[in-house]
Structure formats: C-alpha cells, structure tokens
Write a protein that binds this ligand. Structure first.
Ligand SMILES: [Fe+2]
Length: 446
C-alpha cells in the first residue's frame, strides 16, 4: 500500500495543558469511489501516535494507539492533555511501517502569563484562484497560534480561468463531493506546511457549506454532510451531530488575550447573525473577561462600510445588516475590544466607533481585516470607500495574511502580502503595521 499520510498533519484548539492532533489516512487521496474514501476499504485501521518535546523524538512525553474509522473518512483526532503551558511539542503518526510528517504545535500559556501572544490570521483559499504561497511564508514565522476565519474550501463549481483545476468541477453537494473538495485542497504542500507549523483555531463562513447559507431548516440536510466533511479535515475537538456542530468557543491566552471565536452562519436568521444563545454567551464574555484584549475571531467585516456609487451601499450579509446586534456588542462596554475578520478578499484596518456616523464619537475598539490567501477580490473603488468612511484607515488589494502580537499594553498587527498567486514561489512583503493601546489605531511602520 502507498503511504497513507498524503494530507499531512495538523494540530489545533490549544489549551494550557493540551491540543488536538490530526491526520487522515488517504493512500489514494483522489479516489472517486464514494465507498472507498481515500482509497481504503470499509474497515478500521490502527494508527499509532507520538508526542515529544524535541523534533527528533528523543524525549517522548505521550504516545498511544487509535483507530481510523471509515465512518469518519479515516480521519484521526487525538485530544492530548497533561502537557506543559506555553510550550512547543512535536507529533507524528504511524500506520504499519509508514510514518507521517512531523508537526510542531504549542500549548496556550498559563493563566497567569503576561507574555506576548504571537498570532496569525488567514482565510479564503479558493483553490482554482491561485497558489497558497502566503502559507509558505506564514509557516516560516511559526506563530503561537493561527486563526482561520472562513472559506476553508469553496463548494462552488470550478471557477472560470482557473490557475489550478479541481478533480470534481461541479458544485459540491454529497458527502463524497465535499470530501473530495477538502482532499484536493489539503494535498497542497504550502497549506500542509501551515498546519504543521502551529496549532490552528478555525471558524467557518458560508462556502464550507453553500453560498450565503443561513440557519434555515431548508439547509439542515446539506449542512450535515458539509459539517461532517469539515470535521474530518480540521483539528477540532468536537464532532458534529447531524446538522449541529459546536463552533463558538473561547481560547484564553494568559492575561493578555481572550479570543472569542464566533459562528456567524449556523444560527443566523433574519436580523440575528448569532442566535440568542451565542449572543448571550458573547455579551457575558465581553462583560466579564479580565483579559487585556477581548478579541472577536469571526469572518465578517464588522465596521460600517458605506460603498459610494450604485446601491446597495451597505452589505447586508455582513455586520452592516445586523446593526442592532452590533450595537449590543458595543454596549457590553468591553475595554480592549479587537475584531479579527476577513471575507472581503482585501486587507483593511479600521477604528470601531460608538457611532460610526459621528467620527468624534468614542473609539471603542479596532478591527483588522485580513485579505484572502488566494481568492480573487471583488472590484473595489478603495479611495472612494476610504473617503466615505473616515474610521477606515487602510486598504491593500493584494492577497496575504496578518501577523500580530497581543501584548500587555499594546496590540500590534502587520499586513503581509504576496506579489502574485498566479505562479508559485512569490515573495512576501510587509505593507503596513498598526499598533493600538485601545484608543485608536496608528501606523507604526512610517
Ligand atoms: Fe471568501
């Protein structure tokens, strides 16, 4: 049998004492037979795993055996515990005589830690639109944690003028079609490098299921298939149960940062992006968290963004369509509110004002919007948008990611871009750096 570790390894959901490590067996990854995901017959496969303090595995601290089940496309999720806080670990898997690549992960710091938290933010990696070169550079940075804010795959039919082509070109709908979409994406070596470099904390947007889907019951059966494929390919703690998957959660990084991860799709109904239970939880976290920075990790542009020219001037599927809910988030009065978002396939940075229509109103937070890893941007008249929205301070129209630091006094974000995604191996550059102490963002690179 061919080596089954074709999709790489991953880790995620860091806690001070543990992480989840992931792999999926797929010796013939692009097999089209729905009865043989990854090319394996319908019986469980034994997988051994090891965790060490060093990359050469001379100091092994945990090891064990688990079963990769056909029911879950031979994916493996091992929840590790008993690890030290704020520490690097290395992990690998073995099946028969085949070894996986080695992954590096890192636990969250201890509750009392006031050390800086180094993070990255990425999203929107449409395969046909280009190469994942940004991930090659992100992986080399080895941040403490990588946040992914949606559109891990696109269910859509193959894009026009593809830079890279899909094995299944029609829209994904069956479980086998969703699995094959993830499989094609995860064969990418740059994406594998980003997963092997640091633990991920991911949330989703719409394209993991269907364009602009909501919490309506008409999507339940389809999203159950899509959520299953999502679980099978990401290092998350919780399994889906039919059409439900617990996504909103928090990850505490010592005293500096509480990352509050939102689910903007599963419970969405008209006028309510989050659903009552998630909103109640979120407002409670904003009122009671003692972290220096309360960081919302979510897909959608949070600040008001008025687009001059032809209507619609506001995007009603982002937070501008949920202004009362946004108001209640501001009214929770959190000190040190930060939003890390994406979705729009361009870089933006913005102050958050108590009243966006009054530029002299109090600044209540900051938003850093990451561009896409590869997905093409919409046509954008950036100078007109910046002029119409004085709270928005920055735009860049290239693909890239964010790298930042949550410190004890300031929060810093660096905007990285790649020169091109149409050919592999492009350079990366820093186009802007911002810092805030909670009272407005300032350029720190000029
Ligand atoms: Fe996207």
């Amino acid at each position: 049998m061919a080596n089954p570790f074709t999709l790489g390894v991953a880790s995620g959901e860091p806690l001070p004492d543990g992480v989840v490590i992931w792999t999926r067996l797929a010796p013939a990854p692009l097999t089209l037979d729905p009865a043989r995901p990854g090319g394996l017959p319908n019986r469980a496969v034994e997988v051994r795993w090891q965790v060490a303090e060093d990359e050469r595995f001379t100091r092994i601290v945990r090891e064990g055996v688990t079963q990769a089940q056909p029911r879950w496309a031979f994916s493996v999720h091992v929840r590790l515990d008993g690890l030290r806080p704020g520490a690097d670990y290395f992990y690998r898997f073995r099946s028969g005589s085949d070894h996986s690549p080695v992954g590096r992960t890192r636990t969250a710091p201890a509750a009392a830690s006031a050390g800086p938290v180094r993070f990255a933010v990425a999203n929107c990696q449409r395969y046909e639109h280009g190469f994942y070169t940004a991930y090659r550079h992100l992986a080399a940075e080895r941040p403490d944690v990588i946040f992914f804010v949606g559109d891990y795959v696109y269910e859509s039919p193959q894009a026009a003028n593809p830079v890279r082509t899909l094995p299944n070109t029609s829209e994904a709908d069956t479980l086998a079609e969703y699995r094959l979409r993830y499989t094609r994406y995860k064969l990418d070596k740059d994406l594998q490098a980003a997963h092997a470099a640091a633990p991920w904390v991911a949330t989703w947007d719409d394209h993991e299921v269907a364009d602009n889907y909501t919490g309506a019951s008409s999507f339940f059966r389809r999203r159950a298939r899509a959520y299953q494929a999502y679980y099978e390919h990401l290092p998350i703690r919780v399994k889906p149960e039919a059409h439900l998957l617990q996504m909103f959660r928090r990850r505490v990084y010592g005293q500096n940062a509480e990352f509050i991860v939102l689910d903007s799709r599963q419970f969405r109904v008209p006028g309510d992006m989050l659903g009552a239970a998630q909103e109640k939880w979120l407002l409670e976290r904003l009122r009671t968290s003692t972290a220096r920075w309360k960081v919302l990790v979510e897909p959608l542009f949070f600040a008001r963004r008025f687009v001059p020219g032809n209507p619609p001037h506001l995007r009603l599927d982002a937070w501008d369509g949920f202004q009362e809910q946004r108001r209640r988030i501001f009214d929770a009065g959190a000190r040190g509110l930060i939003v890390l978002s994406g979705d729009v396939h361009n870089h933006w940075a913005s102050d958050l004002h108590a009243d966006f229509l009054d530029p002299r109103s109090a600044i209540v937070g900051a938003e850093f919007v990451t561009s896409s890893i590869s997905s093409r941007p919409p046509a954008t008249d950036a100078p007109a948008v910046l002029a119409a929205n004085p709270h928005i301070k920055f735009f860049d129209g290239r693909r890239g990611y964010l790298a930042g630091t949550a410190g004890a006094t300031d929060f810093r974000v660096s905007y990285r871009v790649v020169d091109s995604v149409e050919k592999a191996g492009a350079n990366v550059r820093i186009v802007a750096e911002f810092v805030t102490e909670g009272e407005g963002i300032k350029r720190s690179d000029v």
